[in-house]
Design a protein around this ligand. Structure first.
Ligand code: NAP
Length: 365
């Protein structure tokens, strides 16, 4: 496709060549084009073979060999290193990617997520603009800040940490972030485009799951994927992504209205659990060899831990790991991938904004 990175050009590539790469992106069309750009961004680190498959990278040493546990920390670290290399190249061209994070209130989990995101930005060389607001901030003030950030050329991505303080209309606030900077992929425009299979920012957690499966070498095509949970941020989008080509899975979505969950979980070749409840799926509810992606993050009391709690997922990890061919741990599975995808989306936004700058082509048209 004319991408020097994609054919093993030495790194760092020259400024001229990189400029030409940005221009080439303009001529690529539709979803395939974005997937190729995405592959270039995420998958083609120097020294890694170009697969040319529009986004799927199967790298032997990234699969977990014979081990059953899918190490999200390691995989996310590799992704973040790839993002950092891209950032370094952009910085050589005088472009500094920027991510703004808005945190309203002091919800402990949110504070810790935002801190982790800021740290990840710093490590990747992405400028982070942190806006930590008191819980008493009004919706109008948050909206006003978002509008400023929408207009700020230094900011390529805007993240509004959820939950917002009680009384705020989260959906209305999220709609204020312009789709071009919606690196969380929550704006209805991006959600709609995702549904249609058009280029857009994909929401970070489900996208992280998809990349995780791809990079671990898990084939989804022709497989039965069972998703437990139908939230807008995990269940619905991951089901939607995996049912589309080229993922090409047959997908079943379960929820609290599903009469007997185990009837469906036992059929799963790949089981994705995002229920927000420990032990929602236990070993007796799955078949041998299933691939388990546990999205849940639950705090349960544990007097032996300094903080008095520990984190567990939504599945019985000990039991399931006896039957699963691959399983993600909690912590250290999906969570780190979510942050890595946020950084990657920010770089994707930089590439798009440069494309717009050079051509006058508006993103998404
Ligand atoms: P959510 O909005 O609470 O949705 C939970 C979904 O699970 C709902 O659709 C619910 O069904 C379904 N559900 C709950 N119990 C069930 C059961 N026993 N059987 C079948 N379905 C059941 O949660 P979420 O935002 O998707 O998050 C899910 C979990 O993932 C949470 O633990 C969250 O902390 C974690 N999470 C982790 C990350 C990460 O980066 N690691 C990111 C996002 C979320 P109904 O619709 O019928 O109520």
């Amino acid at each position: 496709m004319g991408f020097p990175w994609a054919h093993g050009a030495s790194s760092p590539v020259s400024t001229m060549v990189r400029t030409s790469v940005l221009k080439n992106i303009i001529f690529l069309e539709h979803w395939y084009a974005l997937r190729v750009a995405w592959s270039v961004l995420l998958c083609h680190a120097p020294g890694r073979p170009w697969t040319g498959d529009g986004g799927l990278c199967y790298s032997g040493n990234m699969a977990m060999d014979n081990r059953v546990v899918l190490d999200g920390v390691k995989m996310a670290g590799e992704l973040r290193a790839e993002v950092a290399r891209r950032v370094a190249q952009l910085r050589d061209d005088g472009i500094v990617p920027g991510l703004a994070v808005i945190l309203a209130g002091e919800n402990p989990a949110s504070v810790s997520y935002v801190t982790a995101k800021e740290k990840a930005c710093a490590e990747a060389g992405i400028a982070s603009f942190a806006h930590r607001l008191p819980a008493t901030v009004s919706q109008e003030e948050v909206v006003s800040l978002i509008r400023q950030l929408n207009a700020d050329a230094r900011v390529h991505g805007i993240l509004v940490q959820l939950p917002l303080p009680k009384g705020m209309d989260e959906a209305a606030v999220l709609r204020e972030v312009i789709p071009e900077k919606d690196v969380d992929g929550f704006h209805p425009v991006n959600v709609g485009k995702m549904m249609l299979g058009e280029p857009c920012f994909l929401p970070c957690t489900p996208h992280g799951i998809k990349v995780m499966l791809e990079r671990a070498g898990v084939q989804t095509a022709g497989k039965h994927v069972v998703v437990v949970g139908r939230s807008n941020i995990v269940g619905k989008p991951i089901a939607n992504m995996l049912v589309q080509k080229p993922a090409n899975a047959t997908v079943t979505v379960c929820h609290t209205g599903t009469p007997d969950l185990s009837v469906f979980t036992r059929q799963a070749d790949i089981l994705i659990v995002a229920a927000g409840r420990p032990d929602t799926v236990t070993a007796d509810m799955v078949k041998e060899g299933v691939v388990v992606i546990d999205v849940g993050v639950n705090r349960i009391p544990d007097a032996t831990r300094p903080k008095g709690f520990r984190l567990v997922g939504d599945t019985d990890f000990a039991g399931l790991s006896q039957k699963a061919s691959l399983i993600t741990p909690v912590p250290g599975g999906v969570g780190p991938m979510t942050i890595a995808m946020l950084l990657a989306n920010t770089i994707q936004s930089v590439l798009k904004s440069n494309e717009n700058h050079e051509t006058g082509v508006k993103y998404g048209t």
